[in-house]
Design a protein around this ligand. Structure first.
Ligand SMILES: NC(=O)c1ccc[n+]([C@@H]2O[C@H](COP(=O)([O-])OP(=O)(O)OC[C@H]3O[C@@H](n4cnc5c(N)ncnc54)[C@H](O)[C@@H]3O)[C@@H](O)[C@H]2O)c1
Length: 250
């Protein structure tokens, strides 16, 4: 695969999480310079991997933090070529049990975060005549899943913003895509299972729901993200690449 990511400046949100760490490692392997950002202080550990990583703690639901993240990234590595909007958060409840605050938290973490980061990244990409934005979507972007009222709404909004921005910014050679992830073995999924009445039965049910009969490892999702960010996907925009073990094919 010809990625042409060497020396590119890449911002990755949710970088301290399961998928985020894998994205950072794979981007480094392609020779990219990575600004790894997360609301968790744990993101600092990633700087040990390479001098080509700068770790920044910030909340991507806040425009002031997003401004600080991009300012630090640009200061460290120059203009941002690739944005990976990967931070996400789930509260699993049906609509009638979801509080207004829970709705806002989930919408902000999964959808507003993409809006704020893209809004900050796009003007410089437009000026320089190119760029790539990849958002971590979900099977919840395309199907209704039980007890995921706010999360399905948020990941659906993420997908529509991806499609909309793909149209607006194609003229500037900026591609905007999403990965539609199935269940992934990360702390996110473990928290979800632990909250169920029967986590063991939950794990079996989650795996059985994917035709491949298992859940994904973070690297399998990161590979799809790196592909969409790379020049191998140079004619791909407005697309959701379902890396879901066949879940949405049923
Ligand atoms: N794990 C799954 O089964 C699964 C399935 C489909 C999609 N996803 C999506 O994959 C992405 C990565 O999740 P993961 O599985 O690695 O989970 P994770 O919980 O391991 O990582 C998510 C990271 O996002 C960070 N984050 C959350 N809110 C933030 C905010 N406001 N500002 C900055 N950082 C914030 C968290 O601190 C965490 O480090 C998310 O968008 C998630 O919705 C996960």
């Amino acid at each position: 695969m010809n990625t042409n990511l060497a020396d590119k400046t890449v911002v990755v949100s949710g970088a301290a999480g399961g998928v985020g760490r894998s994205i950072v490692t794979k981007m480094l392997a392609e020779g990219a310079k990575v600004c790894a950002t997360d609301i968790s202080d744990n993101v600092a550990e990633l700087e040990k991997q390479s001098g080509a990583v700068v770790a920044i703690v910030g909340d991507v639901t806040k425009s002031t933090d997003v401004e600080a993240i991009f300012a630090k990234a640009e200061n460290a590595f120059g203009p941002v070529d690739v944005l990976v909007s990967n931070a996400g958060f789930i509260i699993s409840k049906p609509a009638h049990e979801t509080s207004e605050d829970e709705w806002d938290q989930v919408m902000n973490a999964n959808a507003k975060s993409l809006f704020l980061m893209a809004k900050r990244a796009l003007p410089a990409m437009m000026k320089r005549g190119g760029g790539a934005i990849v958002a971590t979507g979900s099977i919840s972007s395309v199907v209704g899943l039980p007890d995921q009222a706010a999360y399905c709404a948020a990941k659906g909004a993420l997908l529509q913003l991806v499609r909309q921005m793909a149209v607006d910014y194609a003229a500037y050679n900026i591609r905007v895509n999403a990965v539609g992830a199935g269940s992934i073995d990360t702390p996110f999924l473990r928290r979800y299972l632990d909250a169920l009445a029967d986590p063991v039965a939950g794990e079996a049910a989650v795996k059985a729901a994917h035709p491949l009969g298992r859940w994904a490892q973070p690297d399998e999702i990161a590979d799809a993200i790196v592909y969409l960010a790379s020049s191998s996907a140079s004619f791909v925009t407005g697309h959701i690449l379902m890396a879901d073990g066949g879940y949405s094919a049923r």
